[in-house]
Design a protein around this ligand. Structure first.
Ligand SMILES: C[S@@+](CC[C@H](N)C(=O)[O-])C[C@H]1O[C@@H](n2cnc3c(N)ncnc32)[C@H](O)[C@@H]1O
Length: 290
């Protein structure tokens, strides 16, 4: 005689008289299944806990990274100071212009302020993964500080002792045109290159780094350097500073000559023939730098 007994998943036919061994086999299967399920569930919960902890750790690390690198309190402070200096220098410029006096000095300070603000703002807006407090470019080294301080000292001394010589209009007008051209070119280059731009020369190629050869990069390989070069010389012509005009030109030319060579070593490593071809067809437009 046979009997049909329902097991967990399918019906099985077992011989009569063999029920007890069949049940005990089934019970141990169910027990094994429960313990396997518990094990799976425990593992699942452990994994969830681990994921959650990892997530929290990552959030904490991101928070610390953001705080250390972006320093929102410092960004607010820097921006407020830049805004105040810009407003005061524009007001002083307008007053001196009206009085027929040397308006260029506050004008120079206004353009310096606008430059530092734009460096940060454009990075934050168009290249947000690279923005840090250093994007203001305030920590540009002692020589940078000395150069601008000397320009202010020269302008003040010359205005005090040879004021009449500073009353020409042509040189400041040329200087102003160069400042506008240089600042615009630099800002447009930073916007166009977006995430491919970085204030620091990169030594390792990121997967996302692409060679930019379009827009302003189609007529000069280094538009942001070209822009800065003419902006800075323009500021000294605007101030009618003969010594600083010559000094800035020599120092900046040497600086960009070295920097371009160094930067292009890495760009050639990153992009190979593509960069070599780009170099053949597009110059720098900085005088005497091929
Ligand atoms: C301060 S940016 C200057 C960019 C460029 N030299 C200019 O004057 O516009 C320096 C970084 O830009 C990157 N870079 C320079 N030229 C590039 C190009 N044509 N395409 C993509 N990245 C470029 C370099 O790898 C470097 O890390």
């Amino acid at each position: 005689m046979t009997s049909t007994i329902s097991s967990t998943s399918q019906e099985k036919t077992v011989p009569a008289g063999d029920y007890s061994s069949h049940f005990s086999a089934n019970i141990s299967n169910i027990a094994a299944e429960i313990s396997a399920n518990n094990y799976q569930r425990e593992n699942f919960l452990r994994q969830r806990l681990h994921d959650k902890q990892q997530q929290q750790k990552m959030q904490a690390e991101r928070y610390i990274y953001n705080y250390v690198n972006h320093q929102p309190d410092q960004v607010a402070l820097h921006s407020a100071i830049l805004g105040i200096v810009l407003a005061l220098s524009l007001a002083a410029m307008a007053r001196l212009w009206k009085a027929g006096s040397y308006f260029q000095l506050p004008g120079y300070i206004a353009s310096l302020t606008a430059f530092h603000f734009l460096e940060y703002w454009i990075t934050a807006r168009y290249n947000p993964t690279k923005v840090t407090i250093d994007s203001f470019l305030f920590r540009n080294g002692t020589s940078y500080f000395i150069a601008h301080a000397s320009a202010i000292v020269e302008a003040s001394i010359e205005w005090t002792f040879f004021g009449d010589l500073k009353k020409h209009i042509i040189l400041p007008a040329i200087g102003f045109a160069l400042m506008v051209f240089g600042q615009t070119l630099r800002s447009v280059a930073m916007i166009h290159a977006s995430s491919n731009f970085s204030h620091i020369i990169v030594h390792q190629k990121a997967d996302s780094h692409q060679l930019v050869t379009t827009g302003v990069y189609s007529f000069t390989r280094h538009p942001s350097y070209l822009g800065y070069f003419w902006w800075a010389i323009g500021t000294q012509l605007f101030l009618m500073n003969p010594v600083a005009t010559v000094g800035f030109t020599i120092i900046l030319w040497r600086f960009f000559n070295n920097r371009i060579r160094y930067e292009e070593k890495f760009l050639t490593e990153f992009f190979g023939d593509k960069y070599i071809d780009y170099k053949k067809t597009t110059g720098t437009l900085i005088p005497f730098i091929k």
